[in-house]
Write a new protein. Sequence first.
Length: 348
Amino acid sequence: MKKIRIGLVGCGNMMSFHMNGVNKVEGLEVVAICDTNEANMAEVAKVLDNPFCTTDYREMVDKIDAILIALPHHLHFPCGMFFARHKKHILMEKPLCNTEEECLRLIKECEDNEVVLMCGYPVRYMPGILKLKEMVDSGEYGKIMQMSVWTEQLTTCTDQDWVGTSCLGGGQLFSHGCHYIDLLLWFCGNPVSGAHFGTNVGTPWMLKEGTSAVTMSFENGAIGYHGATWGARGTRMGYDFQIMMEKGLLEYDHQTGEVKVYDKTKLHKPGELDHSAGDYELICKYEGNDGKQTQYEMSHFVDCIVNKKKPFTDGLSALKGLRVIWELYNAENNHTLADLRGMGLSEE
Ligand SMILES: NC(=O)c1ccc[n+]([C@@H]2O[C@H](COP(=O)([O-])OP(=O)(O)OC[C@H]3O[C@@H](n4cnc5c(N)ncnc54)[C@H](O)[C@@H]3O)[C@@H](O)[C@H]2O)c1
């Protein structure tokens, strides 16, 4: 089968993670790369098979079928529009674009040109997360009472870095939390209301918040929580996903790759659980969890191109999460609760 020829734009931090994944994907060949910073481009070129290199992404357009865009956020829209107009399938790093209008225009341009538009939300495709979703959907553990997602990391920024400027398009919640709002919506369904509190304490380089706490309620009665910081000088939670269900607590710990079920009620029946392992049951453990595991999202992108499928994280689903975030920001500014009803996009 003919391989999909992909180009990579933006050879910075995130592209280095993609380099761990991209060579593991069948049916894909990186043929061209682009960065205005030639040193960054050379680092990416090292792990590839002699790709075409350019500082101007327009020069790669005739050589590729698809493009992975990992640029500063304000450049997602112009770069995406360029490749959509040239009928190239697009895997866009999150957040899709910086405004609702840009998202809608890019989605329409991709539809008009019949190309795949997928947002890079690798968390959605990680085996540990897929396992959690399978367990929730099985019905074995009852309904979701509450889902909590913690991300605690230290993100630094120099004076030259776009992360500390308005190019970011929002704060930590918009820039990074979009992964986890997307996840909460995927697990818990349609949101009803919510609140966000952000602070800049500990991350003075950020224009908006560097630390966030979000709480949301959902139509099915579930509550969602997301606590996140870019200012963690130390962390115990790291990246942790917990779902409190009627019949136990499900957890995916991204550091260890472990999926566990905590169920203290079983302690009343001696012998059912191995107490030496604590009061939880280890369901499975995924190895190689140190990176962002982008090979899974990339495989899905290739599958969507080859088999003309709609990506799980397509443009509209990415926009849905961003709308929730923008509404949470608006409500925070107005000291009100965010009304999150009608964000389902089912009408569009
Ligand atoms: N999925 C994830 O977990 C994750 C993690 C980090 C970053 N990201 C996303 O990846 C994207 C890039 O972020 P990053 O942290 O890699 O940023 P970065 O600053 O490290 O890299 C951006 C690169 O783009 C290059 N660049 C800037 N303007 C250019 C232009 N006009 N043409 C070509 N190259 C240009 C820069 O020289 C730089 O090498 C963002 O959308 C970010 O949100 C995703």
